[in-house]
Ligand binder design. Structure first.
Ligand code: TYD
Ligand code: MG
Length: 455
């Protein structure tokens, strides 16, 4: 591959790990057969130049940052996930499975930005202009300032961007674009990395924010966006059940804000729409009074969200009981099952236990422990949890219940959605004001809590 160069290196196509020798398995990400030969410095001209630099030391006190420089869109969900708007010169990687809605989100976002009297450039390397136009028409998008470009050569697209001088640019997708001097196919780790670096350098140099779409894939020939996370400023994941309509926009890295925030969208006929009341949407299909179902007010970042947790217990057909967790932490499930067996005396040793957080949400905080236990016990005893009850609290190994943070906010969110009783650790109940109008059922142990809720 590297004719004319005496030395080559080997790069993992999945995670970008380097090695001087070919390896059958990547020691960093454990992927098999992912190494390919590559040039050590595939983009010599300016490739090694730092993005920042060339200044003198400045006093921290004298530096002024204008928060108002952040570009805010009318999509509050997106603003919040980004930490309060788009920072000029920032590079945002939007990744997600193919078909989840990345192109749709980028096109709608650029159209929103173009409405604010700003020139915006949307570059697609995957679709032709008529195709994008069709999609835009279907989504009812317009905007006098939205410019479209179908281009795959990064140097050419940046030249066009230079001419247009937009105040925001979106590139869809990083796997479809390439840089001429690099002797590997578009989508390979080399290309994806160098193209991203080129876009980052441009964005920083012009102080223009740049959004980049990237597919998450396990295939060997296409490099996963994992390899890009350290190059960009913000990494967003668009997630959701492909069959469902709910889409969660989650930030996993953000140099300008918190990474706990989640934006909730719904994919419909007109593309993505913000979900103003996600708790309501998440509980929409709940069978009230269903067996093995319980509700927890979780916190996603700064926002409370009501999530239904379901459990199903079933006698184990073979020797070893199975535990399956969907959207919940597997180890947490093992722990709660053990506490239920040992401290409450629930006969789970010969039961398969399956649990799931409804709506494609991932609930990993300990505050959901009590609800998880409640759902499992409800399934095992075949007794439904009252539909007006939410539960909340961390479960300790001795079966005691512990306080969780942000109790009042969680409880008032539950009250807003019509729940009237909350089962929680007694210490929390004593400290929480009754202004929420919720009846607070304070309990000290898991056994007591199950007795309260299931009789
Ligand atoms: P797309 O944005 O092309 O996904 P990605 O760029 O992440 O690969 O989204 C494609 C999916 O979204 C496709 O399955 C159809 C669905 N969709 C809608 O349901 N409604 C719409 O208005 C649009 C534009 C797409
Ligand atoms: Mg796409």
């Amino acid at each position: 591959m590297a004719k004319g160069h005496s030395k080559t290196i080997f790069l993992c196509q999945q995670c970008g790990a380097e090695s001087p020798k070919w390896l059958g398995r990547c020691p960093s990400c454990q992927e098999w057969n992912s190494f390919i030969e590559a040039l050590p410095h595939p983009f010599p001209e300016g490739g090694a130049k730092p993005i920042w630099g060339g200044g003198t030391p400045q006093k921290l006190l004298n530096l002024a940052i204008d928060e108002a420089q952040r570009l805010t869109l009318s999509w509050e969900e997106l603003n919040r996930v980004l930490g309060g708007g788009i920072v000029p010169g920032s590079v945002v990687l939007l990744s997600g499975d193919p078909g989840i809605g990345k192109s749709t989100l980028l096109l709608q976002m650029t159209s929103l930005a173009a409405k604010e009297e700003r020139r915006v450039l949307y570059v697609s390397g995957e679709e032709s202009l008529p195709q994008i136009k069709l999609r835009a028409d279907r989504l009812g998008l317009g905007g006098d300032n939205l410019y479209l470009l179908s281009e795959t050569d990064v140097e050419v697209l940046l030249e066009r961007a230079e001419e247009l001088a937009p105040s925001l640019i979106a590139v869809d997708s990083i796997q479809a674009v390439y840089l001429e001097p690099i002797a590997s196919p578009a989508g390979s780790i080399n290309q994806v990395r160098e193209c991203t670096q080129r876009l980052v350098r441009w964005a920083k140099g012009r102080n223009v924010p740049c959004f980049i779409a990237g597919h998450v894939t396990k295939e060997g020939t296409v490099a996963g966006p994992k390899a890009l996370e350290h190059i960009v400023d913000v990494v967003l994941y668009l997630e959701g059940e492909p069959s469902g309509s709910l889409r969660l926009l989650r930030s996993v890295k953000n140099r300008f804000g918190s990474t706990n925030e989640v934006g909730v969208f719904e994919m419909g006929h007109n593309g993505l729409a913000e979900v103003p009341n996600p708790s309501l949407a998440l509980l929409a299909e709940r069978a009230k009074g269903g067996i093995g179902s319980a509700i927890v007010p979780t916190m996603e970042g700064t926002r409370p969200l009501l999530v239904e947790i379901q459990a199903l217990t079933n006698p184990t057909p073979f020797g070893l009981p199975r535990r399956i967790a969907n959207g919940l932490d597997y180890n947490r499930l093992l722990m709660i099952s053990a506490v239920l067996s040992q401290r409450v005396g629930l006969p789970l040793a010969h039961q398969d236990v399956m649990v799931s957080a409804v709506g494609g949400l991932k609930v990993s905080e300990p505050a959901a422990d009590l609800t998880l236990a409640l759902a499992i016990a409800s399934s095992l005893h075949q007794v439904a949890v009252s539909p007006d009850l939410v539960a909340l609290g961390e479960v300790g190994l001795s079966g005691e219940l512990r306080t969780v943070r942000q109790g009042e906010r969680r409880i008032s969110e539950a009250a807003k959605l019509g729940f009237s009783r909350c089962l929680l650790p007694r210490s929390m109940a004593l400290r929480t004001s009754s202004s929420t109008g919720m009846e607070l059922l304070g309990v000290t142990t898991l056994a007591e809590a199950l007795k309260q809720a299931l009789g």
